[in-house]
Design a protein around this ligand. Structure first.
Ligand code: ZN
Length: 612
C-alpha cells in the first residue's frame, strides 16, 4: 500500500524548482544552464598548470538572454569560441571582472545568438585554490610528483570555467594527457586495467554539480576489492589500503538494503597523500580519502561509510546552495551511523552518537548563536569559513529526533522515498519540508509539531527534548575516568586493554579542561598514547598534553603535524599550542617545516590560528 501511494505521489509531483539564488556564484541559471562539460586538458607539472579547453553545452531558458556568465578564479582565459547548431565557430567577446578575494572573477561572455555550445581555451594558475601540486618529496614513495583537486565548496572555478553552483547539474567527459609513468583518475568511470600511457578518457554520464568534479594524477597503483569496488593508492600504501577497505562491497549492499539501489555503478576509493586536507571527499564513483583512516584495524572506516552515504544524500539529492548544507551533511551523518549500526552493531553506533553529541555540544559553546542554525544566511561569506559540526551533527540529531518520534518502520521508508523522489536534483530545505509534510507529518498528525521543526531548523542550540543516546559500555569508561581523575585508580590499573577507539575518545574527552601534568605523564607511561597510530585518538590526546603542559609529547606532536595535513586532526593542536607564547613559538617553528606539505586550505586555516 505504502509503495502504491508513493508511486502515485511521484507521478503527480511537479519537478523541484529552486527559485533561491546561490550567494556563492555569479552564474545566472535562471537564464541559461550548462548541461554538459567536455574537457581536454594537459597536466603540466613543470609549470604546475592545467592547459586546455572546456566546452560547455548550454540550455537557454530566457529568450532575451545574450550573455553567459561563468565563475572563474585565477584562470588565464586565452580565447572563447561560440559554436552554433551547424558547428560553425565564431570568436566570442569576453571580459573578466576584477578578482573578488572569496568568489573570484565573473567571466562575462557576450553572444550574438543563443548558441548551443561555447568552447573556452584557458590555463590554470600554479596557485589554483582547488588544485594541490606536490613535489616527489611530498609523496609516500618520493619518486614522482602528484596533483589532486578539491572542488568543494567553490574551488572548481579555479580549474574550470563553469557555473560553480550546486543548483546546476551536468554530465561530463574528459580527455587528459599526463606524464607517462603517472595514472590519471577522475570522479567518473575509471578503468582499473588502463595502461600507463599518459592518455586518458573519462565519461561521467550521471549529472552532477560542479563541486563533485575531481581529478588526481600521480604514481598510483590499483587493487580490485570487489565486483564494483577498487582502491587506488601510492605503491607503498596500496596493500594496506586494499586490506583496510576490503569490506566496501558489503558496506554498499548494506546501504542499498536501507535506502535503495546504488546508482553510480562503481564505488572506487582513492587514498591520497597525507596532505589531503579533509577526511574524505565524496567525489562520485571515486571517493577521495585521507590515509589517516588506515589505522590497521578497520576502526576508522566509518569515514568510508560517510562518503558512501553521500552517494544518496548529497550526490544524488543535493543541497542547492551551501546555506542548506545540513541536507548534504546532516543526512549523510545520519545514514553513516545507520550503516555503522548494520555493519558493526548497535553498541558501536551508539558509542559514536554519544561521542558526536557531546563534542557538538562542547563545540557549540564557542559558536555564535546565529551560526548554530541549520539553515543559514551565507551571503558574502566564504563557504569554507566557519565550517562547524552544526550541519553535520545537529542535522543528524534532527533526523534522529524525527526517527525517534515516527519510528523506523515509518521513517526508513520515508527517507528511501525522499532519495528516490529527488534523485539527481538539487533542492533546498523547502522541498524537503514539503515532502516531509506530505509523507510523514500529514499521515501521523500530532506526532511532531511545526514549532518543534522550526526550533531545529531556525533556533540556536539543541532542543531540550532531543533524544539522548546512552551507551552502557561508556558507563565503565566514565567510572574509570572519574576514579583516575580523583586519584583512586592508577593509570596502569585502568582496564583499557580491549578498548576500541571510541572508548579511548570517551576517556580522553572526560579529562578535565586542564589535566594534571603528573596524570598525563602516568597515562602516557602506561598506555603510550603519544605514539598512537590512530589519528582520532592522537589528536585529542595531543590537545590534552598541551593543556597539561606535558612537553615530553612535543617530538610526537611535531612528527604528527608535519606528516598529516588533514585539517580536523591538526588545526585543534595548533589552536591549543597558540594559547601560550612558548607553545606558539613551537607551533610556528614546526609549521615552517610542515607548510610545504600542506594543502592551501590547511595552510590558510593554520596561518589564521597562528596569526601569520
Ligand atoms: Zn560529508
Amino acid at each position: 500500500m505504502k509503495y502504491l501511494f508513493l508511486t502515485c505521489f511521484l507521478f503527480l509531483a511537479a519537478p523541484a524548482v529552486h527559485a533561491e539564488v546561490d550567494p556563492h556564484s555569479y552564474a545566472e541559471p535562471s537564464k541559461v544552464t550548462m548541461t554538459s562539460l567536455d574537457l581536454d586538458l594537459e597536466v603540466d607539472f613543470a609549470t604546475q598548470k592545467l592547459i586546455g579547453t572546456a566546452e560547455l553545452t548550454l540550455d537557454w531558458h530566457d529568450p532575451d538572454a545574450r550573455s553567459l556568465i561563468l565563475d572563474t578564479r585565477d584562470l588565464e582565459i586565452e580565447s572563447i569560441k561560440a559554436i552554433d547548431a551547424q558547428g560553425q565557430e565564431h570568436a566570442a567577446i569576453f571580459s573578466l571582472d576584477p578578482r573578488d578575494p572569496i568568489f573570484g572573477s565573473a567571466l562575462r561572455i557576450a553572444l550574438k545568438d543563443q548558441v548551443p555550445v561555447v568552447s573556452i581555451r584557458y590555463r590554470t594558475s600554479p596557485k589554483a585554490s582547488g588544485l594541490q601540486w606536490m613535489t616527489p618529496q611530498q609523496t609516500a614513495s618520493k619518486k614522482q610528483p602528484f596533483m589532486f583537486s578539491q572542488s568543494q565548496a567553490i574551488h572548481a572555478r579555479s580549474w574550470i570555467p563553469l557555473q560553480d553552483t550546486p543548483s546546476v547539474r551536468f554530465t561530463y567527459s574528459a580527455h587528459v594527457k599526463a606524464p607517462k609513468p603517472l595514472r590519471v583518475v577522475m570522479s567518473a568511470n575509471n578503468d582499473v586495467k588502463h595502461r600507463l600511457n599518459g592518455d586518458y578518457r573519462f565519461v561521467m554520464k550521471q549529472a552532477i554539480p560542479s563541486y563533485l568534479l575531481a581529478i588526481a594524477v600521480g604514481e598510483l597503483d590499483v587493487r580490485v576489492t570487489g565486483p564494483r569496488t577498487a582502491v587506488f593508492a601510492e605503491p607503498s600504501v596500496i596493500a594496506a589500503a586494499a586490506k583496510e577497505l576490503e569490506d566496501t562491497e558489503k558496506m554498499i549492499e548494506t546501504t542499498e538494503k536501507l535506502y535503495g539501489p546504488y546508482r553510480w555503478e562503481r564505488y572506487d576509493i582513492l587514498i591520497l597523500p597525507a596532505s589531503f586536507p579533509f577526511g574524505g571527499m565524496e567525489n562520485p564513483r571515486l571517493t577521495f580519502a585521507t590515509p589517516t583512516i588506515l589505522a590497521g584495524d578497520k576502526s576508522l572506516v566509518g569515514l568510508i561509510a560517510h562518503e558512501l552515504a553521500h552517494s544518496w544524500s548529497g550526490n544524488l539529492v543535493t543541497n542547492a546552495s551551501a546555506e542548506h548544507m545540513w541536507m548534504n551533511e546532516g543526512f549523510t551523518t545520519y545514514v553513516e551511523n545507520r550503516i555503522v549500526e548494520e555493519l558493526y552493531g548497535k553498541e558501536v553506533a551508539t558509542m559514536q552518537l554519544v561521542v558526536d553529541d557531546q563534542e557538538l555540544l562542547v563545540e557549540m559553546q564557542d559558536i555564535a548563536p546565529d551560526q548554530q542554525l541549520l539553515i543559514t544566511d551565507l551571503a558574502g561569506i566564504d563557504p569554507d569559513e566557519g565550517l562547524s559540526g552544526v550541519p553535520y551533527d545537529k542535522g543528524r540529531w534532527f533526523l534522529r529526533f524525527l526517527e525517534s518520534r515516527y519510528g523506523r518502520d515509518e521513517f526508513d521508508p520515508f527517507l528511501r522515498a525522499y532519495f528516490d523522489h529527488y534523485a539527481f536534483q538539487s533542492i533546498t530545505s523547502t522541498e524537503f519540508l514539503e515532502f516531509y509534510s506530505e509523507n510523514l507529518e500529514k499521515k501521523h498528525l500530532g506526532k511532531v509539531s511545526s514549532a518543534e521543526i522550526d526550533a531545529w531548523l531556525h533556533l540556536p542550540g539543541i532542543p531540550a527534548n532531543a533524544p539522548v543516546a546512552h551507551s552502557a559500555r561508556f558507563d565503565a569508561v566514565d567510572k574509570a575516568a572519574s576514579d583516575f581523575i580523583a586519584g583512586d585508580l592508577a593509570a596502569t590499573d585502568i582496564q583499557a586493554k580491549d578498548w576500541v577507539t571510541l572508548e579511548w575518545l570517551r576517556f580522553i574527552n572526560a579529562l578535565p579542561e586542564t589535566p594534571e601534568l603528573a596524570q598525563i605523564k602516568a597515562l602516557d607511561d602506561a598506555w603510550d598514547l603519544s605514539n598512537s597510530g590512530n589519528g582520532e585518538i592522537a589528536f585529542r590526546w595531543y590537545v590534552a598534553t598541551v593543556r597539561a603542559g606535558y612537553t615530553d609529547a612535543r617530538p610526537q606532536i611535531a612528527a604528527f603535524i608535519e606528516r598529516i595535513g588533514r585539517r580536523k586532526l591538526v588545526v585543534p593542536i595548533y589552536e591549543e599550542l597558540a594559547r601560550t607564547p612558548d607553545g606558539k613559538a613551537f607551533a610556528i617553528e614546526v609549521y615552517a617545516r610542515a607548510k610545504p606539505g600542506y594543502h592551501p586550505l590547511t595552510q590558510g586555516s593554520v596561518e589564521k590560528v597562528l596569526g601569520l
